[in-house]
Design a protein around this ligand. Sequence first.
Ligand code: PGA
Length: 260
Amino acid sequence: MRQFHPRIMDRWIVGNWKMNGSAADISAYAEELRNADAKSWTRPGARMAVCPPFPYLTAVRQALQGLPVRLGAQNVHPAAHGAFTGEVSAGMLKELGAELCIVGHSERRTLFHETDAFIGEKGRAVAAAGIRPILCVGETLAQREAGRQLEVVQAQLEGALAGWDGAARAALLIAYEPVWAIGTGRTATAAQAQEMHAAIRAWLAAQWGSAASRSVPLLYGGSVTAQNAAALFAELDVNGALVGGASLKAGSFLGIFQHA
Ligand code: PGA
């Protein structure tokens, strides 16, 4: 029989649009969600969110008005304001209606050289603004082939989550996204996801206590589709998904949500 961690009631299906979308796409997306069968939406305890590029946050919020879809951002700067050309603060995201914000996505770690400490600052800034941070962690293919995935992810957790207070901890979601599975069509097996999620839960329990560890939703990300979602979500510690490519079309995103 399936067991449930008692304090985790919610499952999160979060779409990360990355640098994709257009004003026209947003209308079509909202239209398709609106026209979807009401049954598609009735998944008790399951929550859907989309994270569009910054310039579309307001348009997406308006287009999705009345639908049970939350709004998230893909990045943030930890400072409240100041001379940081091109950056966006957590307070600004809050004003635009964001309820979630991805921090530490592997593309930002790799392409923009973000460190664990900087990612941790972002997460705390977001939480202080009343937005839930989704901290992304995950190993590269070379690290997995060397059998180092658990230690790599543990180091990312240690680096990013040092000094988080109770309120920030309560806001946190974590997404395990193996780099080799992102955008490759090669998803982790359900067993690989569960093994890592259990290790993350155990690390949280050791650091923060078991009650706190059970309140952090652990999402899996990396080539999640409507075809592989059910097997992933059947695992005890997989509390949802962070979805890239398959979130760009409302139909395939809803197809994943069906399994939540
Ligand atoms: P993918 O991306 O679903 O396209 O693999 C996931 C992510 O990068 O969050």
